[in-house]
Design a protein around this ligand. Structure first.
Ligand code: HEM
Ligand code: NAG
Ligand code: NAG
Ligand code: NAG
Length: 327
């Protein structure tokens, strides 16, 4: 961030500095001495199971986003409710966040190998990367050494996680608050090249956009007609599953961006990426180049996201069970 922008946005700059200063403290192969097989065990478990359930790669990738945007990448997303606290995983945006069991399985294997050493936060990050790679997606570096948080609040998930109906400025602000820029926003949204959603995240766009029974003019008409006829047949459907990138929802490729420019982004948060000139520039650049360029740029943004607000050194703890704070 240049000096000029810093003067206007002192708070963002301080944040960016704080985030930047912790990046250096995560390191590749953090468990090399303390638990030499840790990363191999994670990869082996992913390779053994994800090919049988390839649709799990998407929610595991999404989990890093939901973890890192709330209190930093500290596995706060995995904590269970307690008698006097509603945790992040029970906040509305978690709807259908899946893969908790998978993370728990990996954690059990690692606790058996080296008790109390490998954090749940690192497990989330490693599992996401390995799952995406195993299904043919991009590789990114995952420096480790994150420690686990002890606090998880549903209200913070609601405040920090962007919603499917947010506009460009809202998304931009939420990403900036995490030290991520417009390019990161466009690239990370590219994760919607895999995975699924439920009708209720976008039915407003096809049934009742402004409250007069209309559809979102930003959505391609043929696409809207098709969604109503074949997918979300009623305005109240909340169970039918829809791919964000139909026909290639299992492939990590450029087709998400191809759809965006055809006005077929499924969420408003996707569609809005073609309403800003610098965001459009990033999309056009991606579309001009090969998928490998997308992979390389996506990797950089994932590395940035994976370093948000991490707890290191003696901060936090290494949870024994990912859903519970150590007693
Ligand atoms: C830019 C703001 C974002 C918004 C508003 C958003 C919103 C959503 C919503 C509403 C869903 C569907 C949930 C459901 O109905 O089950 C979803 C799915 C998904 N999101 Fe995002 N998302 C955003 C960014 C990201 C980022 C940064 C990532 C990861 C890098 C990501 C990865 C995914 C994946 C992989 C799925 C599919 C999950 C599955 O198949 O279960 N999203 N997102
Ligand atoms: C955490 O909550 C989930 C969902 O309610 C439950 O299945 C699981 O057993 C809980 N984990 C622990 C360790 O209490
Ligand atoms: C659209 O939304 C408005 C305002 O919420 C509601 O009064 C109306 O009944 C809805 N119309 C349809 C066709 O669902
Ligand atoms: C997977 C999970 O924990 N889902 C929860 C998300 O939040 C809703 C409440 O808003 C719960 O009912 C779900 O169980």
């Amino acid at each position: 961030m240049g000096k000029k922008t810093c003067f206007g946005k002192i708070i963002l700059c301080v944040l960016a500095f704080l985030i930047g200063s912790t990046v250096a403290d995560l390191k590749l192969g953090f468990y090399e001495k303390s638990c030499p097989n840790a990363e191999k065990i994670v990869l082996a478990h992913v390779k053994k199971h994800i090919p049988n359930v390839p649709t799990l790669a998407a929610p595991l990738l999404r989990m890093t986003f939901h973890d890192c945007f709330v209190r930093g990448c500290d596995a706060s997303v995995l904590l269970n409710d307690t008698s006097n606290n509603q945790a992040e995983r029970n906040a509305r945006p978690n709807l259908s966040l899946r893969g908790y069991d998978f993370i728990d399985e990996v954690k059990s294997l690692l606790e058996a190998e080296c008790p109390g050493i490998v954090s749940c936060a690192d497990i989330i990050s490693l599992v996401a990367r390995d799952s995406v790679v195993t299904t043919g997606g991009p590789y990114w570096k995952v420096p480790t050494g994150r420690r686990d948080g002890t606090i998880s609040r549903a209200s913070e998930a609601l405040n920090n996680l962007p919603g499917a109906n947010e506009n460009f400025n809202a998304l931009k602000t939420k990403f900036e608050l995490k030290g991520l820029n417009i390019k990161d926003l466009v690239l990370l949204s590219g994760a919607h090249t895999i995975g699924i959603t439920h009708c209720n995240t976008f039915t407003n766009r096809i049934y009742n956009f402004t409250g007069i029974g209309d559809q979102d003019p930003a959505l391609d008409n043929d696409y809207a007609v098709n969604l109503r006829a074949n997918k979300c047949k009623t305005p109240t459907d909340s169970t039918t599953i829809v791919e964000m990138d139909p026909s290639s929802s299992k492939n990590f490729d450029l087709s998400y961006y191809k759809l965006l420019v055809k006005r077929r982004g499924l969420f408003q948060s996707d569609a809005t990426l073609i309403t800003d000139s610098s965001s459009i520039a990033v999309i056009n650049q991606l579309l001009k180049k090969s998928p490998l360029y997308f992979f390389a740029e996506f990797a950089k943004s994932m590395e940035k996201m994976g370093a948000i607000g991490v707890k290191i050194g003696t901060d936090g703890q290494i949870r024994k069970h990912c859903a519970l704070v150590n007693r």
